[in-house]
Write a protein that binds this ligand. Structure first.
Ligand code: A2P
Length: 274
């Protein structure tokens, strides 16, 4: 199985375009599942303090025997540590059993606690001394990014947001492109929705002899996004990374983009966040 291609981030690091999503697996489940994913060819994992499964992710990395630097590890910290990012990093590397983190993310901006600019400043310190390779934020709106760029003088490498063809977030994507920020899609398969049953999507999948999930992930790739599908099933894990030997045409891409319901994300990060 070929590995996923990488995308260059603004600071030069290279992130594999498909990663392994781990929410809502617990330590035991993720250790087995990510272990299988590594065998299949995944080299990128997405976890978080809030998922309570960083130990399981770390155990899978360790027992895989794959060199640490071949695996891209993203984890996230929550609002409790926005002004204590060094402590958050210590906790994360301890649980993961690693000595650096590829990308550390502010999980939610939590604008009501008012410290997300400080959190990104903390990440800049970690980047400067090599404890992380990239600065990530998640669920940030353009106005949150505006503040970070103006007040911290730091442009994040990546913003991870909810994104799939039915919630395609054209506004945030355009903002990110303008600022050289890579967009990463969480719930790229539209978890919990009826996206994969859509008839237009099923028709395109049939044309290519692929599954609807593979076509959706190919759409993310075509738009230049990073996607982190979660699966606990080895057959579906395999499908989700076996998407680099077919292409979607312009018309098909357009038909998928037209599935956008024009809704904003399910979770409003001005109100919700850990
Ligand atoms: P499972 O873990 O049983 O495979 P998302 O990444 O958008 O959050 O979606 C995750 C959900 O989609 C999970 O319920 C997962 O179930 C399911 N899923 C993952 N990969 C596929 C696939 N290739 N086809 C259908 N469903 C999938």
């Amino acid at each position: 199985m070929p590995l996923a291609p990488t995308i260059a981030l603004r600071n030069g690091a290279a992130i594999p375009q498909i990663g392994f999503g781990t929410w809502p697996m617990d330590d035991r489940e993720v250790e087995a599942a990510f272990g299988q994913a590594l065998e299949i060819g995944y080299r990128h994992v997405d976890t978080a303090y809030n998922y309570r499964n960083e130990r399981g992710v770390g155990a899978a990395i360790k027992s895989s025997g794959i060199a640490r630097e071949e695996i891209w590890v993203t984890t996230k910290f929550n609002a409790e540590w926005h002004d204590k990012v060094d402590e958050a990093w210590e906790m994360a590397v301890d649980k993961l059993g690693v000595d650096y983190i590829d990308m550390f993310m502010v999980h939610w901006p939590n604008p009501r606690s008012g410290r997300y600019v400080q959190a990104v400043e903390g990440l800049k310190g970690l980047l400067d001394d090599g404890r992380i390779k990239a600065i990530g934020v998640s669920n940030f709106k353009p106005e949150h990014l505006d503040r970070v760029i103006a007040e911290a003088g730091v442009t994040p490498d990546v913003n991870q947001i909810e994104l799939d063809p039915s919630v395609s977030r054209a506004g945030p994507r355009a903002y990110h492109s303008e600022h050289g920020i890579v967009t990463e899609s969480w719930s790229p398969l539209g978890a919990g929705s009826d996206l994969l049953d859509n008839e237009v999507l099923k028709g395109i999948a049939e044309t290519h002899g692929r599954t609807p999930a593979q076509v959706v992930l190919r759409w993310h790739m075509k738009l230049g996004l990073v996607a982190i599908p979660k699966s606990s099933n080895p057959e579906r894990m395999r499908q989700n990374i076996d998407i680099f030997d077919f292409q979607l045409g312009e018309a098909e891409t357009g038909e998928l983009s037209a599935l956008d319901r024009g809704e904003s994300a399910a979770t409003d990060s001005d109100r919700f966040g850990h």
